[in-house]
Write a protein that binds this ligand. Structure first.
Ligand SMILES: Nc1ncnc2c1ncn2[C@@H]1O[C@H](COP(=O)(O)OP(=O)(O)OP(=O)(O)O)[C@@H](O)[C@H]1O
Ligand SMILES: [Mg+2]
Length: 232
């Protein structure tokens, strides 16, 4: 494996799956072998053709069969809640060490050049007793990519998330600003964030439905992989 990337965000529904799918598609177009994982998905249903694992499998050129989904998303929870609460409703709990072990297994199996791992929710979304996605990022030990939006308030959310990642010495490859439906300005938001970080801050404009996102998006994979990552 050349590189694993943990895709996290300032919150839920910001664009992690979209960005992860774009990275998968763009890396595959360069001939790389790519794996994508969404270890924990809440609000999940096998019937949903647009579930996160289904979208990631599509970006990998694979059919979204139940077996394929189960192989990239072992922790599937029905309730559209933070994973710890969704798990509790099913009488289950999620153990940090098991999630880390699952990801490390794929990172070490030599079947992929790149392993793209999508988190759940935001940088500090809880998923196990006393554990947030930040603990997972730290324990995975791979660089992170922070996805944010261009909505009003996104700059503060982004800077707060950057501080949180820095507090655990997580290496950051870059920030992707995915243009929000209610945007106060993509270029302006990205420019403001650039004043506070040395990592690449890339702009992802609103994409149209219908065309595969990795074909219409600007190049994200190359600048991120050229980024050596910064421990802020
Ligand atoms: N730049 C964009 N252009 C078009 N649609 C976008 C863009 N960014 C995000 N979206 C849309 O916003 C919605 C939420 O994005 P996405 O599912 O990628 O978020 P997420 O961070 O993965 O959410 P979750 O926390 O549920 O995993 C999706 O319908 C996605 O297609
Ligand atoms: Mg997602």
């Amino acid at each position: 494996m050349k590189q694993a990337i943990f895709v996290t965000a300032v919150g839920t529904e910001v664009g992690k799956t979209l960005v992860a799918a774009i990275l998968c598609g763009q890396l595959r177009m360069r001939g790389e072998r790519v794996c994508a994982l969404k270890p924990i998905a809440s609000g999940f249903s096998f019937d949903d053709p647009a579930s996160d694992p289904a979208l990631l499998l599509r970006a990998l050129g694979r059919a979204a069969s139940p077996e394929a989904i189960a192989s990239i998303t072992p922790w599937r929870l029905a309730a559209p809640l933070a994973p710890d609460r969704a798990a509790a409703l099913e009488g289950r709990s999620i153990a940090l060490g098991e999630v880390v072990g699952f990801c490390h297994n794929i990172m070490n199996n030599n079947e992929c050049d790149y392993v793209i791992i999508e988190g759940a929710g935001g940088v500090m979304s809880p998923f196990a007793a006393g554990c947030t996605m930040l603990d997972l990022a730290r324990m995975l030990g791979c660089p992170a990519l922070l996805v944010t939006g261009s909505y009003l308030g996104a700059i503060s959310h982004t800077l707060t998330a950057l501080r949180a990642l820095a507090s655990e010495s997580v290496v950051l490859l870059g920030v992707i600003v995915s243009e929000s439906a209610a945007s106060v300005g993509l270029a302006e938001t990205a420019a403001a964030i650039r004043q506070y970080t040395a990592v690449p801050v890339l702009e992802l404009p609103r994409l149209a439905p219908g065309v595969e996102p990795w074909r219409q998006a600007p190049e994200l994979a190359r600048p991120l992989l050229e980024s050596r990552g910064t421990r802020l």
